[in-house]
Design a protein. Structure first.
Lengths: 590, 292
């Protein structure tokens, strides 16, 4: 069993992290979050992480590449890695296990299931690094007598293992074992010290992470740019006895690790992160109409995103016109969002930067500017405002209201659903905001739980008009189909011209999910979800949750009619109907 | 117009960079040598494709020649081997690019690095100023050295680029890390003065005690000033590290302020990453349904 309860959760989705972290903390784990390899490695350097829970994509590289990197690192190869994958990638567990992952789970995650599986990962012995152990005896440290106890036939080859050393348990520096006895370890490390200073040495063993305490006995150095050789007098406790036994007996005493491929098979979970993510498709191009099975396209997209992330990082600590760039909030296929500070008006802003690929297309840049101008005219307290659009050093961006709070997606992840009263209240507010959007001839095109936020003060905000489109602007040439599969309207899927009734459909699908805790349609493949939007009847909401009044179920049903003409023709009408239902549903206060 | 210094770049790299940036930058090319100096370069691009010399060593020397200035060092390297890239970043590279990367991506990344650094926010100066003042005071009182604060820039990665670093972890109401980093020539002078020995007498013990005490005193005196503010922190034990390129942990989403100080012709840096912990507010319970 691991000697640490610390988990490194690597996931780009801030909202996902925010939703899952409290459950893990409640289960007694310390959670460190990272979005990119660079900060993941930073955390691994400074904390005794016992398990890595990793998404398939990091900000800067792919999850598989990260896994491969970790498993080649002698200091970290024994940290078990659990993967989170979308439904459509379930065919890749063999590759994951081959690279050294101990388990995988499918999005969306049930927090109880995740905690259970994490518990198993902590309890289970992780993979032994190698079955073959060279029969080399460890050498004695500088000026130290030979080991008191002769090593077993198959000791660990110390040249292959790395350790980490620390003075305070916060900052850990890598080290290499040069020799050991039952009393002393000789370590080469950049962490400096002097005789008598206490140090901690962290070993990643197949059974988990073990921390051994000791004091510096001697220190030898020649060059201040190179690591020093330090002999550490070890505190004789159980942790050291087990570590010494491992060093001297190696794989002989390794626990009976199940072959990674035989790890318990996860049950498929409905829903997937990719069908909750905004996608962009090129309908005119042959083949690219196919939504699933576009592996090459996905790979190229991930590589493209890696460049985008590197670009977003390059402007952190810089200034674009009046906006100082503080940190990266998140990135999607269309662009990145960074937290900024408006020096003129002295307020926090979110800066949306378009991706390099879209930025390099003049047609898109023009459209981006035109549409931002239109959207900036939306003046409503429940709509995140665009403050300014600018181009600095050829970087096209817009500054918008910085909204700090929870999205409805976070709420679903944390509480499964909103109560009927709160759900209806939010729906009415969003309808009123969308009515303003509609009156300005704008189609949001990506209404979903992740784009409706509840701020710290409890206000509702409709956010991310990044793929919004003005009906008054006619893009020339190839246009993109955009949206999020779980909530896309049939006409959006078909690539037809959209109006506000497409947002009506997506809003219905969103609140179907918010009110009953499950989306109206779900399947393993995106194609199947889209097919259901096009052809399947909506499972009545009241059948999913008997507490939902049938009248409300009928309203959502009408919002999601296949034919836009059969839907409500304005959001105001929906808001009025829901207000009536809400009044009826409100318990009488006597 | 920014100056871009190409180092050891072949014709293909020179041509590529010129095609990407020549409209906004002045580009010059030179070979690497012992006398390397960055001059007024706003960016250095090093060609490490198929190089026989160890590029990491060259990067370290270029980084040292930059004297802690925030000059981006872009390395052009074949392939995308992660271990190699990590090694080059540890040596001091800001970014590693391949000529195979899409031109539009390279252009944007390069342009991003060419944007001038931002100045600190008022709220950032509120916690940086005590660190600056205490660094100057501690150096003066303990090492009899006149240090002058030169400039600050912000980074999203906390790495040591120098020979000797004293590092201390911060926890409590605010959390983070503070690290002071010197190149050896200045470290030797400062530590010798602090320990009241001649420079030739300096050994591991003096280095450990000197660098550790320095960061402890800078952080400790600043901690006192922060009592009762959202920036208050507790100190862990100081750690002394030798060599450069060590990546240190820091709280997610926080900026790392790199404060550069001059001591005569030499420089050192204090890196400060301090993040007040946010209160965990619960929003869902109090939804405001109508616009206020």
């Amino acid at each position: 069993m691991s000697a640490t309860n610390e988990i490194l959760l690597i996931n780009q989705d801030k909202r996902f992290r925010a939703s899952i972290t409290p459950s893990l903390q409640a289960a007694g784990y310390t959670v460190h979050a990272a979005t990119a390899m660079r900060n993941a490695l930073s955390i691994l350097t400074t904390h005794p992480v016992g398990l890595i829970v990793c998404d398939q994509t990091l900000d800067d590289i792919g999850g598989l590449e990260f896994l491969g990197f970790i498993k080649k690192d002698p200091l970290r190869e024994n940290i078990p890695v659990m993967f989170l994958v979308p439904l459509k990638d379930q065919g890749r567990p063999f590759k994951l296990f081959e690279l050294g992952a101990v388990d995988y789970l499918v999005y969306p995650l049930d927090s109880d299931m995740l905690i259970g599986r994490i518990g198993e990962a902590f309890r289970s012995p992780s993979q032994a690094p190698s079955a073959e152990k060279p029969e080399t005896a460890p050498s004695a440290p500088n000026g130290v007598t030979a080991p008191a106890e002769p090593p077993a036939a198959t000791p660990i080859d110390i040249s292959t293992i790395g350790v980490e050393v620390s003075r305070d348990g916060l900052l850990w520096m890598p080290g290499k074992i040069k020799g050991f006895t039952d009393q002393i370890i000789s370590v080469q490390t950049s962490l400096f010290g002097k005789k008598g200073v206490s140090l901690m040495i962290r070993f990643k063993q197949p059974e988990g992470v073990f921390v051994v305490n000791g004091r510096i006995d001697t220190i030898v150095f020649d060059d201040f740019q190179k690591p020093a050789d330090i002999d550490i007098l070890i505190e004789q406790d159980d942790s050291w006895r087990r570590t010494f036994h491992w060093l001297t007996h190696g794989g002989d005493t390794a626990p009976d690790a199940a072959p990674p491929g035989e790890a318990s098979q996860p049950a498929p979970v409905p829903g997937a992160s990719e069908i909750e993510a905004t996608i962009a498709l090129y309908p005119e191009e042959e083949e690219t109409n196919e939504i699933s099975g576009e592996q090459l396209q996905q790979k190229a997209a991930k590589k493209k995103q890696s460049y985008d992330i590197r670009f977003y990082h390059s402007i952190i600590g810089k200034q674009l016109d009046n906006y100082r760039v503080i940190t990266l909030i998140g990135a999607g296929s269309m662009g990145g969002v960074l937290q900024g500070w408006d020096v003129a008006l002295e307020r926090e802003v979110a800066l949306k930067i378009i991706s390099f690929e879209l930025s390099s297309k003049e047609e898109f840049r023009e459209l981006f500017v035109k549409e931002a101008r239109v959207i900036s005219k939306l003046n409503h307290p429940n709509i995140a405002q665009i403050y300014n659009i600018g181009c600095s050093s050829d970087i096209l961006y817009y500054a918008m209201e910085f909204v700090d709070g929870l999205t409805l997606k976070d709420v679903i992840a944390r509480y499964r659903k909103l109560s009927l009263q709160k759900g209806l209240a939010v729906l009415i507010t969003v309808c009123k905001a969308l009515e303003v959007v509609y009156q300005n001839s704008i189609v949001h095109r990506d209404i979903k739980p992740a784009n409706i936020m509840i701020t710290h003060s409890g206000a509702i905000k409709l956010v991310d008009f990044g793929v919004a489109h003005s009906r008054d602007l006619k893009p020339s040439g190839k246009h993109l189909i955009m949206g999020t599969p779980l909530y896309m309207s049939p006409e959006q899927i078909a690539g037809l011209t959209l109006d506000h009734r497409s947002d009506m459909y997506s809003l219905g699908a969103t609140f179907y999910h918010v009110l009953c805790g499950a989306p109206p349609f779900n399947a393993k493949e995106i194609n199947d979800v889209l097919d259901q939007h096009l052809n399947a009847s909506i499972p009545p909401l009241w059948k999913r949750d008997s507490k939902i009044p049938s009248q409300l179920s009928d309203v959502i049903d009408k919002m999601m009619a296949k034919d836009p003409n059969d839907r409500y023709q304005s959001f105001k009408v929906v808001a009025d109907e829901i207000s009536g239902l809400r009044a009826k549903a409100t318990p009488n206060k006597t | 117009m920014k100056n871009i210094l190409l180092v050891d770049c072949n014709a293909e790299v020179t041509r590529t960079v010129a095609s990407l940036l020549s409209d906004t930058c002045k580009i010059s090319n030179r070979a690497f040598g012992d006398d390397f100096a960055p001059g007024n370069a706003g960016m250095i691009i090093l060609d490490a494709q198929g190089t026989i010399d160890a590029p990491a060593d060259k990067i370290s020397r270029i980084r040292k020649a930059c004297a802690f200035r925030a000059i981006p060092i872009i390395v052009i390297k074949d392939g995308e081997d992660l271990a190699t890239i990590e090694r080059l970043l540890s040596a001091g590279a800001t970014e590693v690019l391949s000529l195979d990367a899409p031109a539009a991506a390279c252009r944007q990344i390069l342009q991003g690095h060419l944007i001038p650094n931002r100045t600190p926010l008022e709220k950032e100066m509120a916690y940086l100023t005590p660190f600056i003042e205490n660094t100057v005071t501690v150096l003066k009182k303990m090492a009899f050295v006149d240090a002058t604060f030169r400039e600050v820039y912000f980074s999203d990665v906390l790495r040591t680029y120098g020979d000797i670093s004293g590092i201390i972890g911060l926890s409590g109401i605010s959390e983070g890390t503070v690290a002071v980093t010197f190149y050896w020539d200045l470290a030797r002078k400062v530590i010798a003065n602090m320990m009241k020995v001649t420079e030739d007498k300096i050994n591991a013990e003096y280095i450990h005690d000197g660098a550790g005490e320095l960061i402890n005193m800078i952080s400790g005196s600043t901690k006192k000033q922060f009592k009762g503010t959202p920036f208050h922190f507790d100190l862990s034990l100081p750690t002394v590290v030798v060599g450069s390129g060590h990546q240190l942990g820091h709280p997610e989403g926080s900026s790392i302020a790199v404060l550069i100080f001059d001591v005569g012709e030499q420089s050192f840096v204090l890196q400060v990453c301090l993040k007040p912990k946010k209160e965990n507010k619960e929003q869902v319970g109090s939804v405001q349904t109508e616009a206020q």
